[in-house]
Design a protein around this ligand. Structure first.
Ligand code: GCO
Length: 475
């Protein structure tokens, strides 16, 4: 049973790879220094509530779509769930201290909507509010900046029962939630992100059925897409109104896309680019939905009501870009995306390095996608996620993970290259602080800078974390 995100995206129209990473080696300078990125450059790690917190029903929390989904048979590759995860709900002081020990300055984390509003709307759960105050206070106490993601995929189940993102009422529900959080925490937290990767939670959750809530419906996908775009801008406006001196962004997954057969698959590239890279950012910038890339997106346009066009836009202070791999697109006969298909590398041709997710290591893909997004003329770009899963082993109290260290060096070199060429990149956050629940994959892929022993909850900083500690000591 292969259900890797790579393949999931592939089903959405993504693809495989073949070019040797050696071709990109030239991009890496001999020695990378944090100071090269500038004094004000933000260095951080990113996490998501459902992937680390556990305590799934503690202190009045209501269930989210991920609680429901992960308990359904056959949804999670290793039959696990996020009930306990890294127990970060209880161990956050230790985890934030470890982040600081590695010399990171930013803790990007998400709030669980159903801890604050167990039914998604209506009665506020004070214990949930108190919990995030404690997390924020811990960060501030030790000199770490809290950066909050308002939504990282865990919609309250009670709202999903009413149609979730496919119901236009979600605009009111989400606005209320954002209003509560920004009023409550805005005095202490200045850095906010509205969404994490809409393409992923709408595509995988409403079209592919591979992530919560598990729908396979084009109709729901079109509706959810428009409602999420409306909420994205509205969330920005509410945050601006409630938080003095706020620095507001939202994040997008993105991948550089190449044709599998140059000349023959250009249409596949265009179509896939519209869905994976352009769909959620262009309406925000007042460009409308990218129907020129994929005509079916006219069905998203059809969801618009009078006055929506202006409400889709908001002037974000920064855009968070999240990148892991490059994609090759190919014409395919399978609907609904006739022109794109997954292509896995063939053994005898494949020279690329693959991570534990089956994703190609392609540092130059990050450079190219940064250049692509730079064309929008964004104020600030922050790489809000980038990282890799490799099969780590804890041996004698150490985790030697040289492939991960190399991964970061190579990707960071490409960030620097883009920055030097004028792309306004002002921060870089690693995915992720610690090994955690990797959605439909379960606990098998380990992306963390900190190793978690899920039996004992013991934390061990991996060699890559120690590398960052040294690297960031001289910024
Ligand atoms: C995403 C999410 C993270 C993932 C990470 C690795 O991009 O899917 O933001 O929650 O865990 O990307 O797949």
């Amino acid at each position: 049973m292969k259900r890797r995100k790579f393949n999931q995206l592939a089903a959405l129209g993504a693809a495989g790879t073949m070019i040797s990473p050696l071709a990109f080696a030239a991009a890496s300078p001999a020695e990378l220094k944090a100071s090269d990125f500038g004094k004000d450059f933000k260095w951080g790690t990113a996490t998501a509530a459902y992937q680390i917190e556990g305590a799934h029903d503690a202190d009045g929390k209501g269930p989210s779509v991920w609680d429901t989904f992960s308990h359904k048979k056959g949804k999670i590759l290793d039959k696990t769930n996020g009930d306990v995860a890294c127990d970060h709900y209880n161990r956050y002081p230790e985890d934030i201290a470890l982040l600081k020990e590695m010399n990171f300055q930013v803790n990007r984390f998400s709030i669980s909507w159903s801890r604050i509003l167990p039914d998604g709307n209506g009665k506020v759960n004070q214990a949930g509010i108190d919990h995030y105050h404690k997390v924020i206070d811990k960060c501030l106490e030790i000199g770490v900046e809290p950066w909050i993601t308002l939504y990282h995929w865990d919609l309250p189940q009670a709202l999903e029962d009413k149609g979730g993102w496919a119901n236009r009422e979600v605009i009111d529900w989400f606005s209320n939630y954002v209003d509560i959080c920004t009023k409550e925490f805005g005095g202490k937290v200045k850095n906010w992100m509205i969404f994490n990767e809409p393409t992923a939670f709408v595509g995988l959750g409403y079209l592919m059925g591979l992530h919560a809530p598990g729908h396979k419906s084009l109709k729901k996908f079109y509706k959810a897409t428009h409602h999420v775009c409306m909420c994205q801008a509205e969330g920005g406006r509410i945050t601006r109104r409630n938080v003095k001196d706020a620095f507001i962004g939202t994040t997008f997954s993105c991948s550089h896309i190449e044709p599998w057969r140059p000349g023959k698959d250009d249409k596949a590239v265009k179509r896939l680019d519209a869905i994976l890279n352009r769909l959620f950012i262009e309406p925000l910038l007042g460009m409308g939905y990218p129907t020129d890339g994929w005509k079916s997106l006219k069905n998203v346009e059809k969801q618009m009501q009078p006055g929506d066009a202006e409400k889709l836009t908001f002037d974000f202070d920064f855009i968070g870009l999240q990148n892991y791999f490059r994609i090759k697109a190919k014409k395919s006969l399978f609907p609904p995306l006739i022109w794109a298909n997954q292509v896995q590398p063939t053994k005898w041709l494949d020279k690329s390095e693959l991570t534990d997710m089956g994703w190609e290591v392609s540092p130059e893909g990050l450079y190219k996608v940064l250049k692509q997004f730079n064309k929008y003329g964004l104020k600030n770009i922050i790489v809000t996620e980038n990282g890799a899963a490799f099969p780590d082993k804890l041996e004698n109290g150490r985790v030697h993970d040289p492939r991960r260290t190399q991964f970061y060096k190579d990707y960071l070199s490409n960030v620097l290259r883009a920055k030097k060429e004028g792309v306004n990149i002002t921060g870089y956050f690693c995915w992720t602080l610690m090994d955690n629940f990797e959605w439909a994959e379960g606990y098998h892929p380990r992306f963390g800078l900190i190793h978690i022993d899920f039996e004992t909850q013991k934390r061990t900083i991996k060699d890559t974390g120690l590398w960052f500690k040294e690297f960031l000591a001289n910024k």
